[in-house]
Design a protein around this ligand. Structure first.
Ligand SMILES: Cc1cc2nc3c(=O)[nH]c(=O)nc-3n(C[C@H](O)[C@H](O)[C@H](O)COP(=O)(O)OP(=O)(O)OC[C@H]3O[C@@H](n4cnc5c(N)ncnc54)[C@H](O)[C@@H]3O)c2cc1C
Length: 416
């Protein structure tokens, strides 16, 4: 049986992995050449700690304040676009304390499943990707940040992530003896891991190729051949591909493609930027999220450090904004005062588009309209973390097996 996976990011490749393992003939189609997409330049966190979705009451308030500051970490580019308006209204409507509460268990469960899958992959000979289980720091500078983190620790304990600790300044500084920190304290999430995304993506691509998965590069899917409730073929800007089942893993471009199947997927691209020091003169032991700075940094693959962040709800066609990169580096300097990182030339800055659903939860599952389609997109800030687990769930759905976890909160039809 043939399965076409559209999109060669971490969601598409992970799906291909488990579909191939289940015995399907798998073809992955991408409009690019499988060497860059959002799954490459991200911060590499595999993070059960991220059980709070993007849509929270706090981010709506903060976003409105930040809208006029072009360096701010969260920015919605105002424009008259019906899809943005629909997405924004739903985002604001759903960002309630109850939504945050209801999202915690599904986000935790899919992250834990995914982490287990990454651990299995990392043990496959020749398929290591600098995976490290060290934990993750969330560093705060203000009383408000401390208060927020105290609640986060309580919630983590309630969710069974009991190895989560609140550190005071001295305890935090002792963990990073090689550099000075400007902070009040931190949360240490011992449950989290990190990896080098570029290595993961390259090695996963090569492994799948060696195992016999077909890859079709530089080919854009533009439509579908349909018969009743079945999709029978994929139309591209080049050839036509007959298929028995389809996985839509097209990241930030999923809304437009889903519309070809009469599906209304509320989704916006959320651009983020990263800079990687390949041979860093600065040394850190732990990945860290800077709470008030809304930035992330990760030591990876030996001597590299990657700095990433900012959320810019925009179109995939707008050029990068360097003032956002300046804002990111300024935030890092505010927490790590010894880090003097010059703003790099624009071609040295990586950026990618997070597929942001309207409620911060993935769209993962079958739809009412099509029997042989699985939608797997909208993973927002945590697509890398949830990637391997999503792939496993996709394969179970295509096989009509009982999924490894309750995926009802991820129903792609939930806003229709
Ligand atoms: C700065 C930054 C830091 C981040 N840090 C983390 C982190 O630490 N941990 C974490 O879990 N997540 C992180 N993320 C988020 C994560 O990177 C994304 O959620 C994830 O990469 C999304 O994967 P994807 O496979 O859905 O999309 P993508 O990786 O974007 O892949 C989608 C693919 O679909 C292809 N495609 C689209 N439309 C078509 C079409 N019509 N025809 C053919 N091909 C098509 C595209 O070319 C692309 O290759 C970060 C993101 C950013 C920007």
């Amino acid at each position: 049986m043939k399965v076409a996976v559209i999109g060669g990011g971490i969601i598409g490749l992970s799906s291909a992995y488990y579909l191939h393992e289940a015995g399907f003939e798998v073809t992955v189609i991408d409009k690019n050449d499988f060497s860059n997409n959002c799954s490459y330049g991200n911060a590499g966190y595999v993070c059960p700690s991220h059980f709070v979705p993007l849509a929270t009451p706090g981010i709506v308030k903060q976003g409105l304040k930040w809208m006029w500051n072009s360096r701010s970490p969260f920015y919605v580019q105002p424009r008259l676009d019906m899809s943005l308006i629909k997405w924004g209204l739903k985002f604001m409507q759903i960002a309630t304390p109850a939504h945050v509460e209801n999202s915690a268990i599904p986000l935790r469960d899919i992250a834990i499943l995914s982490k287990k899958m990454y651990e299995e992959w990392n043990a496959i000979p020749g398929f290591s990707f600098a995976y490290e289980q060290k934990g993750l720091l969330e560093i705060f500078q203000t009383d408000a940040g401390a208060e927020k983190c105290k609640h986060l620790v309580e919630k983590a304990h309630e969710l069974g992530l009991t190895d989560t600790l609140l550190l005071n300044y001295d305890q935090l500084q002792a963990m990073e003896p090689q550099t000075k920190l400007n902070a009040k304290g931190a949360v240490l999430f011992n449950c989290d891991a990190h990896l080098y995304p570029n290595l993961l993506m390259n090695r996963l691509f090569n492994l799948l190729k060696d195992r016999g998965v077909h890859f079709v590069k530089d080919t854009e899917v533009v439509g579908f051949e349909k018969k009743g409730k079945e999709i029978t073929g994929i139309k591209t800007n080049k050839e036509f591909y007959a298929t028995d089942a389809v996985v839509m893993a097209t990241g930030s471009w999923s809304r437009e493609l889903a519309a070809q199947l009469d599906l209304d997927i509320l989704l916006m691209p959320g651009r983020g930027y990263s800079i990687t020091l390949e041979n860093s003169p600065y040394k850190i032991n732990y990945p860290a999220v800077l709470v008030e700075g809304r930035a992330a940094l990760t030591p990876m693959d030996g001597n590299k450090i990657r700095f990433g962040g900012t959320m810019e709800i925009t179109s995939t066609k707008t050029p990068p904004r360097m003032n956002r990169v300046e804002g990111l580096l300024q935030a890092v300097k505010g927490f790590y005062p010894e880090f003097d990182i010059p703003v790099p030339a624009i071609e040295k800055v990586w950026y990618g588009f997070r597929p942001c659903s309207a409620d911060g939860l993935p769209y993962l599952g079958k739809t009412g309209k099509w029997n042989n389609l699985v939608v797997a997109t909208g993973h927002s800030m945590v697509g890398l973390s949830l990637g391997a687990g999503t792939g496993k769930l996709v394969s179970e759905l295509i096989q009509d097996k009982q999924p490894s976890m309750d995926i009802r909160p991820f129903n792609p039809d939930r806003f229709n």
